[in-house]
Design a protein around this ligand. Sequence first.
Ligand code: SF4
Length: 951
Amino acid sequence: MTREPTIELNQPVGDRVAKTTCYMCACRCGIDVHIRDGKVRYIEGNRDHPVNRGVICGKGASGIMQHYSPARLRAPMKRVGPRGSGLFEEITWGEALETATKWLKDVRRTDPRKLAFFTGRDQSQSLTGFWAMQYGTPNFAAHGGFCSVNMAAGGLYTFGGAFWEFGDPDWEHTKYLMLFGVAEDHASNPIKAGIGQLKKRQAKVLSVNPVRTGYSAVADEWVGIRPGTDGLFVGALIHELFRTQQVDLDYLLRYTNAAWLVIDAPGEADDGLFARNAEGRALVFDTAGNALASSMDVAAKPALTGRRELPDGRSARPVFELMAERFLSDDYTPDAVAGQTGVPADQIRRIAAELAEVAFREEIVIEREWTDWAGRKHDRMIGRPVSMHAMRGISAHSNGFQTCRMIHVLQILLGTIDCPGGFRYKPPYPKQTPPNLLPHGATGDIRPEMPLGGPHLGFPHGPAHLLLDAEGNPSRLDKAFSWDAPMSAHGLMHMVINNAAKRDPYGIDVLFLYMANMAWNSSMNVPGTLDALTATDENGDYVIPKIIYSDAYYSETVPFADLILPDTTYLERHDCISMLDRPISDPDFIADSIRHPVVQPDRDVRGFQDVLIDLGARIGLPAFTNEDGSPKYPGGYPDYMVHHQRKPGIGPLAGWRGEDGSEFGVGTPNDDQIQRYKENGAFFEHRVAPEHAYFKHANRGYLDWGIEKGIRLSPEPTIFQLYSEPLQRFRLAARGHGERQPPERARDRVERYFDPLPFWYPPFEGSQVDEASFPLHAITQRPMHMYHSWGSQNAWLRQITAANRLYIHRSVGEAIGAADDDWVWLASHLSRIKCQVRLMDGVNPHTVWTWNAIGKRRGAWGLSEDAPESRDGFLLNHLIGELLPEREGGYRFSNSDPITGQAAWFDLRVRIEKAEACDHVEPYFEPLGTGTQPASPGKLAFGAEFRGKAR
Ligand code: SF4
């Protein structure tokens, strides 16, 4: 008898496993990187990690291909040909840093405004922002202004939190999840795992999205809404809840400003503000004492309705009554909104009834004691198991802020914020409402060789907090926190290059970009942006004189820069996903994490954060130098991560603080801190006490614990702002009150859109173009398996999507006589593109869409000249104006939300017509020069060297 051969079934794939944090999208999952002979061989999910618990997605597992991408930059470079030519010369780091130091020092010595420092998908904003603050320029932001600031600001102003990195559905208990405009790439693994959990429990998933892909495809109900009308749909749901009297009045009285009295004094300077007592507390009408009382008086029984007389003889009405009036109006009946939203009235009524049924008749009770902010003990936690999640589909419209507010109002009326089964805050949230972080960078705050007085980005409470010069003009290049976009909490990155080229509001000397593909898929109006990057003055000099760019890859933006600082990949550097920024917490855990070099670079590259800290010391920024002028963090970013203290005891990393590492949150720096993170899988987590797990906004124990751990400033509860007083302050200015008033061009706009109660208005582009000429909406979706531009250097992922098509509803195809793969022209008010179509049923009939950022310019990303990404792939960006359509004699506002300045990508209106077949898309840009980069490999492959190699 022959013996069976012995086969080793479970051979280790590497010599060692290094645990770090993924950077293939913004989810920040924990990964185990298997390394063999110093090379990355395999990446899998870290089973102990709080974000993904071992789950890994296609992008994350393919990080190996991005790490070895042929598009990686190899050494610092200086431009030696015209911008765009790709003619570069490799230089030493010494020369690169000397050049950057000179440029930056000169500007700081004369006028710090002339540096604009903007970062893209930067996960180190607490460092980059701090650096810019130390430098003293007002011109800093990351990419939130074109990503999700409506979502963040809408939530933070309303309930001190927001979706995604700020909170999660209660996956364990929710029975009804509503998703609004959520694409598949964001919060990718946690949402997938969460939806999986809901499916197992047969909870209902309803997705509101014009396109039925990804999460919408697995939802139990798909609402194929018309883009930009979500607010109208939500308004109709609220209408139904009011009409059927199914709102959680007890919850409103406990946690919101529903009973606060709003002064009704038309024409007066405080009309629409809250009536307040001498201590500044908002007033309510106490039905028990039949008198006015402080909103913080826990013995009061506040009235939700009724006009009340104020001590000065004027009258005021509670927020609830004003809100009920608004949403019970005919504007929000299901029948009134059905036509515009494309959602039948009966469906709206049914969904509203389902929400109320689950919230009020299927309530969840957790037998767990807790104490509220006023010291009242509760023996149970009662929850309403309806949760919601929304993302860019809501955010990227010019009505996005108010739409986000409306979604949160819906959640609050149902009593579902931070209760069992509802939405749950992730620590360090919630913050105060309105958030107490104010923006800095007004003209008086900008002085040569001086830091700004505080962080750039914040949350104005009224006109007094705008960043203006003495004449009322914007002090920032992007016009953030000016009358163009008063509450632009993340800046307006989409306006930076175009404003700089027009010297509007002023010219700059140095544009410093990090990881932001502004010459391609991160810009609106790509041809216009390329013109701006190459614009010259009357002397033939570039209008933007110096451009420094740091990235790890040869993207479309590299050839337009003058000085390239090559970054490492995410597997070669330190990084810090900090509590000072947006940590990786879960509702039940407070958590942050690091990256650390798991392999050494084989090129002459340096981690951008190390370079920034080095530059800070060379320039002499106070927080980066010792008194004797020596560098404060000679060990670079890891040194900074451990030793920097933003406030005494509070630094970038919260875990293992104190000399012996026994503290978290607040504690002296610990030299072993990074080692402790590495030993723990590159993350720190601390479980939130069970009695603090819910009602965090009003949970005495959680609020006190937050202060102790340095994540909260105030012991007061977070009170949900159904009615937003900061908005009304801006509106009063537009009505002629106060010292700071909008210029005439912005007066009507502020009056109309700064409504303290959320409301719906049509997206701007649709109302400014001729609808008959541009009858269709055009939007992008983000594929689950690709993330922005990075995916196209990834051979494994390119096998899934190396080109995109324009997806159109079958009826649109029939109307223009187009079948699958036929060519069409798609035109907007700005420009037109030519591409191929695919017909489908799962899309709103008035909407066309495509995958985001698949199209690439020839010469970039290490792709061959005939790569499908360039030949067949296209962007909608070419069609989207960074300014609103031209109006005769009118000032051209940016194509943004008027409140937050969020880029309104999804307002795009188009028309479609069939075109002659051809062999490449239009516009088909000239190939970029590839500088000193190696020629594209004919075939991308990886791993052959490991095959058959004996261990
Ligand atoms: S979802 Fe995927 S790509 Fe994103 S961080 Fe997690 S593993 Fe990485």
